[in-house]
Every structure is written in C-alpha cells, then in structure tokens.
Ligand binder design. Structure first.
Ligand SMILES: C[S@@+](CC[C@H](N)C(=O)[O-])C[C@H]1O[C@@H](n2cnc3c(N)ncnc32)[C@H](O)[C@@H]1O
Length: 236
C-alpha cells in the first residue's frame, strides 16, 4: 500500500512516462508552443524590469518537469540551473534534453517539501515551475520553508500559480472553497485560492511581495508573483 506521498509521486511519474512514450514536448503536451510563448514573454518582461538576477546567477526550478520550460529559458540565458522534480522519468528526460541541446543544468529527483539533496546550496532565484499549486494543506508551508532556507539574502522567489476560483461549472462541483482544494478523481489535485488569500499565505510564510501579474482565463486565473524573504527579526 503506497503512502499518500508515494501515491502523488506515482501519479506524476505515470503522466511523464506517457508523455515521453508519446513523444510530447513537455508537461503541457500539445499546448507546449503556447505555454512556452507565454512563459518567455513573462520572463522577458521581468528581465526588462530588472526583477531577475544577472545571467551567471544560480537558479532553482521547483517542479522542473523535463526541463523544457523555465529551466531551458534560464540555461539559454547563461544562468546556472538546478531543477528538482518528484518524477524520476521527468528528471532523466530533462538531463537528456539538456545534453541533446548542449546546455548544462543539474537535475535532481526530490520532493520540494524537503529538498534533502540541497543541503548546502543557496540560490539567487527560486522559480516555481507551476509546482506550488500542486501542493495541498501542510505541504505548502513545508515548501515555503525550504524556499526560505535555500534563498540567498536578497534572493527572489517567483511564484507561478493558479489562482482565483474555478470558472467552469464542472470544476466548481469538485472545488472545496473552505480549503481551496480542487479535487480530481476524488483526490486533492490542486490548491486554487483567491489572489488575496494567496498573498496572505505568502506574507504569513515570511515573504514580501514585490510584483504581481495576473492572467485572466475562463477556467481560472494564473498569477506570476515576485517575492523576497523578510529578514528574520527577534519577533519572527
Ligand atoms: C504543472 S507541472 C509543471 C512542470 C514544468 N515546470 C513545466 O512547466 O512543464 C508541475 C510539476 O511539479 C512536479 N511536482 C509536483 N509535486 C511535487 C513535489 N512535491 N516535489 C517535486 N516535484 C513536484 C510534478 O512532477 C510536475 O512536473
């Protein structure tokens, strides 16, 4: 019998095995060109607004999948990239993708709630590869603590997350507004919370919000938020 954590990991693993077997480009499948365009537009804007560290800095992507989204963008710009993901297939695939393209990156199979393999590392930027909204309940606080542990002083954490409430009736039927959990097949699937609640959660976790950009969609919204860690004082 798998534990809840092992079962979540197994779900992602099965999805990546199917994506790889079917020659899909990444997690987003056939939607990859659109997802890539949106991501690069946003990262280009953040770079133009000087909200990203300079190339050569150290970047960690949470939930990097097969490396073909944020990790790829940062590696091509000359950053030192490290990506972590639950799925061994995604990590193996990311290593293969980077090797094929002649770019370097370090990819580790790990849980963003513990990140035990990153004991002594510190990063200038931690990028949420749409992973935070995969975490529910206490997992979210655990991941925020890891981000604070691994972020260099004055480092930036960029959260890329679903937000708002479900727009489609079908999703509303599987949404528990009190816990902000969206269910799939009877199991917690995503955390989907109003932007204001997400902002409160982030501030309570010890971060200061620097910028917020929301994309509105008929299904639910998506926010890109740049935050920094609040310095620990005697009252923390
Ligand atoms: C929505 S997908 C995005 C993947 C990739 N960043 C992309 O944009 O193609 C979220 C990713 O987070 C990973 N993930 C979910 N929960 C995780 C956890 N607790 N620890 C590590 N990775 C996790 C999944 O395996 C999946 O690859």
């Amino acid at each position: 019998m798998l534990s809840a954590r092992e079962s979540r990991m197994e779900n992602y693993e099965q999805i990546y095995q199917a994506l790889r077997t079917n020659d899909k480009p990444a997690w987003t499948g056939d939607g990859y060109p659109r997802a890539w365009t949106k991501l690069t537009e946003t990262l280009d804007l953040l770079a133009a607004a000087s909200q990203l560290p300079v190339p050569g800095s150290h970047i960690l992507e949470l939930g990097c999948g097969n490396g073909m989204m944020a990790s790829l963008w940062f590696a091509r710009k000359g950053y030192h990239v490290c990506g972590v993901d639950f799925s061994p297939t995604a990590i193996d695939w990311a290593r293969e993708n980077f090797a094929r393209q002649g770019i370097s990156g370090v990819f580790l199979q790990d849980d963003v709630c513990s990140l035990a393999q990153l004991e002594d590392h510190r990063f200038d930027l931690i990028f949420d590869g749409s992973c935070m909204h995969c975490l529910t309940g206490s997992q979210r606080g655990q991941a925020y603590r890891q981000v604070r542990r691994l972020l260099r002083e004055n480092g930036t954490f960029i959260i890329s997350s679903m937000c708002g409430e479900p727009g489609y009736e079908e999703d509303r039927q599987h949404y528990e507004a009190s816990s902000h959990i969206l269910y799939r097949k009877g199991k917690p699937w995503r955390t989907l919370m109003p932007l204001i609640s997400l902002q409160h959660e982030i501030i309570s976790a010890g971060f200061i919000i620097q910028s917020v950009k929301v994309a509105h969609n008929p299904w639910w919204d998506h926010v890109m938020m740049a935050v920094t860690a609040r310095q620990i004082t005697g009252t923390d």
